[in-house]
Design a protein around this ligand. Structure first.
Ligand SMILES: [Zn+2]
Length: 426
């Protein structure tokens, strides 16, 4: 045993002793730079050494590779805080069931590599992927493959399987004689929930996600209501266990009952939140909870779901519009989240920006929701979200002025992540 171990040690030590190659220096000459903090500067050179930004405004060091973006607007790499790379659109239950019943997890993972490539090519250098919809831990494998350079894609923050109690998440409606796949990890009772949190973290979950509500309806009071999925005791056990072992929690919470359940349990982010009202908005501000509004997916699925027998989705678009205006006025921390995968990845996930502006944000606020604010949600603002020395060189560029026309972000021409160029079109 002993000689073999010594040999293994020697092999491990040798590569570290080899001299490291000097980091590659690249200079981006930006005609205009939006730094992510609200600053706008013209004619800035961004010096990138290795995977990080070394300096701004400096002259190009000799021998550096120069990228001419002098007729473009540069900004921090975009961040989408709510995606599903393993899902390819689910307007109706039939779309969803088809993927879980007829596609193997390896097949879905192959499709997800295409989703991840689309995300980075569209300028999204980081994503928080909020559950695999029955594809188990395949998101962890994708994340690792991207980190190792096997496939192109954004930095991924993953939540693996998500959780809901028995009978409260698809697939449903099949004969009791059939064992059909589950879209989430089914958990009941505080002990089982704590165990599931530990299990998901063990296999690579960065975030824990749960479904706080279902069965959305308009109440006699005219507000959007729902049925909460977990008991308060269960929801609190879930959040407590995740926080106890150093992980944050995202809650799918569409309407009042789900939002209250999630906020009382102490979650870190509310997903969708279409039925946010004055009381729940005030609670979010007080607790510093982030909101990912996912506007575009609601608009995208509304008609199809109404045709399939759920007309409430048409009203939900209107509820969210009102909630957005209120939340913006009261200062809720809003982070860009699209639910891409809830609509097909052939749609551009940057379409959310135009809705945010239409619903009341300035273009600068919308851009910041997808840069500095989303980085803050991920607790990674020391690494990305702004263009500053020391940050990862996650930088995108568009040809026009996104402060005048926010849809410019749907036409990203240049993408750099960690100093590597993923797209560069004249
Ligand atoms: Zn989602």
């Amino acid at each position: 045993m002993r000689p073999r171990r010594l040999l293994a040690l020697a092999i491990l030590v040798l590569p570290a002793a080899a001299p490291a190659a000097p980091p590659v220096t690249t200079v981006l000459r930006c005609g205009r730079l939006l730094d992510g903090r609200g600053g706008v500067r013209d004619n800035v050179s961004v010096v990138v050494e290795g995977e990080r930004i070394k300096s701004l405004g400096a002259e190009a060091p000799s021998g550096a590779r120069v990228i001419d973006l002098s007729r473009a607007t540069c900004l921090p790499g975009l961040i989408d805080a709510h995606t599903h790379v393993l899902l390819q659109g689910d307007i109706t239950a039939a779309d969803y069931d088809e993927q879980l019943l007829k596609q193997s997890i390896p097949y879905r993972a192959i499709q997800a590599t295409v989703s991840a490539r689309r995300a980075i090519e569209q300028g999204f250098t980081s994503i928080r992927d909020l559950e695999t919809e029955g594809a188990m831990y395949a998101d962890v494998d994708l994340k690792v493959a991207i980190e190792r350079g096997v496939i192109p894609g954004p930095r991924m923050f993953v939540s693996t399987r998500a959780m809901a109690p028995t009978g409260m998440y698809p697939l449903s409606g099949y004969s009791w004689e059939l064992k059909v796949p589950e879209g989430v990890q089914i958990v009941d009772g505080p002990d089982a929930i704590r165990k599931a949190v530990r299990e998901q973290v063990k296999y690579g979950a960065d975030w824990i996600k749960f479904y706080a509500d279902r069965r959305y309806y308009t109440g006699k009071d005219g507000a959007l209501h729902s049925w909460a999925n977990f008991t308060d005791e269960e929801a609190k056990a879930l959040v407590d266990e995740a926080h106890r072992i150093g992980h944050r929690v995202a809650a799918h919470a569409m309407a009042r009952e789900g939002i209250l359940s999630a906020l009382n349990a102490g979650v870190d982010t509310i997903e969708h939140g279409y039925g946010l009202d004055d009381e729940t908005i005030d609670m979010m501000v007080k607790k510093g909870v982030f909101w990912c509004p996912t506007i575009y997916v609601g608009v995208f699925v509304a008609e199809g779901r109404a045709r399939a027998g759920a007309p409430i989705w048409l009203q939900m678009v209107e509820f969210e519009k009102q909630a957005f205006a209120k939340a913006l006025r009261k200062g809720v921390k809003i982070a860009y989240g699209t639910d891409a995968g809830g609509y097909a990845w052939t749609e551009n996930q940057a379409k959310e920006f135009a809705y945010m502006v239409r619903y009341g944000m300035t273009p600068m606020q919308a851009i910041q929701s997808a840069t500095i604010s989303a980085a803050d949600l991920l607790e990674r603002s020391a690494d990305f979200g702004v263009v500053e020395p020391g940050q990862f060189a996650d930088i995108v560029a568009v040809a026009g002025d996104p402060l005048r026309d926010i849809t410019e972000l749907e036409r990203v021409r240049f993408v750099m992540k960690g100093g590597t160029i993923y797209r560069n079109e004249k």
